[in-house]
Write a protein that binds this ligand. Structure first.
Ligand SMILES: [Zn+2]
Length: 230
């Protein structure tokens, strides 16, 4: 197989899956944004309450200027940054996202090991990504000039395993934050039992993007290794 066929077989399906997962997240968020919580709690209030109930008192909650679905917890300055729709929204979707991000802050506070490992691996994963990008670019340029240097792609595949490990360690971190979110929202009385399925739908859609990203990183690694065999 030539490199284009290998790409089409190995990587392309995951590019499409990734696109579908993003669409699923957006449509799920939009759908459940239109369903108001019976208790009328905003995302910011929900996050504050969940943090307080978990005994976390040193985390700031800010409304970020970022676009929709840019919500995140930043462990460096212990700040939860929520997009405007989540921060002041009182919907099932805003509660789900705010509680998920609060879940990350609680993981951080409790020293949840997979999160610590993931945070420590961030700079390593970014460097690996850059090095691999450079190696693959050089590899393809040489290929276009009629030179094949399989070792370049072998090195890229091996170094890319760091990015694969990073995307895999992200999975328990994300699933755990969502599990905490659903349980804590219920226990705290922010949502009633009929609202659980909507929260779960939003969280599942978000989780799918991480699963696809992990599969995609494995596909990329196999792609580089396949090029090394040519
Ligand atoms: Zn998350």
């Amino acid at each position: 197989m030539d490199s284009l066929s290998v790409f089409l077989v190995l990587v392309c399906p995951f590019l499409i899956l990734g696109f579908l997962a993003q669409m699923w997240v957006r449509s799920s968020f939009a759908r459940w944004s239109r369903v108001g919580l019976s208790r009328g709690v905003t995302g910011a209030e929900a996050a504050r309450q969940l943090l307080r109930e978990a005994g976390v008192t040193d985390v700031k909650i800010q409304q970020a200027r970022g676009s929709a679905l840019s919500d995140h917890y930043d462990p460096r300055d212990k700040t939860l940054r929520l997009s405007p729709a989540v921060y002041s929204g009182t919907s099932i979707a805003s509660a789900a996202v705010a509680a998920h991000e609060a879940g990350h802050a609680i993981q951080h506070d409790q020293g949840y090991a997979p999160l610590a490992l993931r945070n420590a691996a961030v700079p390593l994963a970014i460097s690996a990504d850059k090095i691999v990008g450079g190696l693959v670019l050089i590899g393809f340029l040489l290929m276009m000039m009629g030179m094949k240097i399989p070792l370049l792609f072998l090195a890229a595949g091996i170094i890319y395993s760091v990015a694969v490990a990073f995307s895999l360690i992200t999975l328990p971190v994300e699933f755990n934050a969502s599990g905490r979110a659903l349980a804590a929202l219920t226990d705290s009385g922010i949502i009633v039992s009929e609202e659980r399925s909507g929260v779960r739908a939003v969280l599942n859609a978000a989780a799918s993007t991480y699963v696809v990203a992990a599969l995609m990183s494995i596909a990329h690694m196999l792609f580089y290794l396949a090029l090394a065999r040519e």
